[in-house]
Design a protein around this ligand. Structure first.
Ligand SMILES: NC(=O)c1ccc[n+]([C@@H]2O[C@H](COP(=O)([O-])OP(=O)(O)OC[C@H]3O[C@@H](n4cnc5c(N)ncnc54)[C@H](O)[C@@H]3O)[C@@H](O)[C@H]2O)c1
Length: 315
């Protein structure tokens, strides 16, 4: 297949490009390089099967011509940092909503398969002590500018399927971690602070719970949905492995031998979601064997070592 990967210079997008190139696909990346922490990884993948185009996804003319030449569009392009969304929410609406609209219009015009990558944040949060999970039929109740922009995009994707018969699908992922993730995100931020002998910082009490998975597993799952004929459908892709921020930080401190207790608690972010939890049974039943079980502490150690050994790539 020839796949247009929008946002392919970002963290998950670049890992997806690596995955599909290894499957023998041809790839065209379109990215405006506004927050492209996967750019170095992309460079290492250079070869005859990979073309990289620097453009904003809201550039209608460019996007229409790129989509025409591909079989499948997989969209990762988005502004993704919750803190930044509080400063410049309009950027999130431009890329995460209007950008998706342009990509979808191009897929409609050229009759191309379109897969959209969404986030568990669209469902909003649960109280910390809740024991329920969100499934694909749960109400969409985003609580901050980032998640509201992502939820809007999902609604538009579904509307374009229903109204215009665009061949769409959506995957809703839990939090990812792995090599080449931007230092603004929780795990690399903690690792980089530990490696620079700065006190790790936690928002509020540090008790917020997230569901985690290694990026390499997520891109396999995304690829399975994107190449499937489950049109007009949404699949939660979670791991069931949930931990509070303070638990993750404690693991990282143990891995690094950094003195425990050296943690700075800082003022909480407004609207900080408490707990995310995905019910991913639908994905597992439709795509058996694609998700791989993993050990969280070993994966954290692997990623910690990557950041320790590749300082030049993130410094
Ligand atoms: N990282 C996670 O834990 C996570 C979890 C669930 C879902 N997601 C979703 O996965 C996708 C990728 O996330 P990520 O963590 O790799 O993000 P990222 O910020 O690392 O990458 C996003 C990429 O999109 C590009 N981009 C942004 N706006 C653009 C525009 N208007 N035109 C062209 N390129 C643009 C950026 O330059 C960057 O390369 C996002 O849609 C995000 O909502 C991420």
């Amino acid at each position: 297949l020839k796949i247009l990967v929008s946002g392919g210079a970002g963290f998950i997008g670049a890992h997806y490009v690596g995955h599909v190139l290894a499957q023998g696909d041809q790839v065209v990346v379109v990215d405006n390089f506004s927050n492209s922490s996967g750019a170095a990884y992309l460079k290492s993948l250079a070869g005859p099967s990979l073309e990289v185009v620097r453009s904003d996804v809201s550039n209608r003319e460019k996007v229409f011509s790129l989509v025409e030449d591909c079989d499948l569009v997989v969209n990762f392009a988005a502004w993704t940092h919750n803190d930044t969304a509080l400063q410049v929410p309009e950027k999130f609406l431009e890329s995460n909503v209007l950008g998706v609209f342009v990509l979808l219009e191009a897929a409609r015009f050229h009759d191309k398969r379109f897969h959209h990558v969404s986030t568990d944040e669209i469902y909003g949060d649960t109280p910390l002590d809740a024991d329920y999970e969100f499934n694909e039929g749960s109400p969409i109740k985003p609580s901050n500018p980032y998640s509201a922009s992502k939820a809007s995009a999902d609604h538009i994707v579904n509307a374009w399927h229903r109204t215009f018969n665009v061949r769409t699908s959506i995957s809703v992922s839990c939090n990812n971690f792995g090599p080449y993730q931007n230092l603004e995100k929780f795990i690399p931020r903690q690792i980089s602070r530990i490696l620079e002998s700065q006190k790790p910082q936690l928002y509020g009490t540090g008790l917020n719970i997230r569901e985690w998975m290694p990026v390499e597993i997520n891109v396999r799952c995304i690829d399975a949905v994107a190449k499937s004929d489950h049109l007009g459908q949404t699949f939660n892709i979670g791991s069931g492995q949930r931990a509070s921020n303070i638990e993750i930080l404690t693991h990282l401190l143990e891995i690094s031998d950094y003195p425990k207790g050296h943690i700075e608690f800082i003022d909480d972010r407004p609207g900080h979601d408490q707990r995310y939890a995905l019910d991913s049974r639908q994905f597992h039943s439709k795509f058996p064997g694609v998700f791989e079980q993993f050990d969280m502490v070993s994966e954290l150690a692997r990623v910690f070592n990557w950041y320790r050994e590749n300082r030049l790539l993130w410094h």
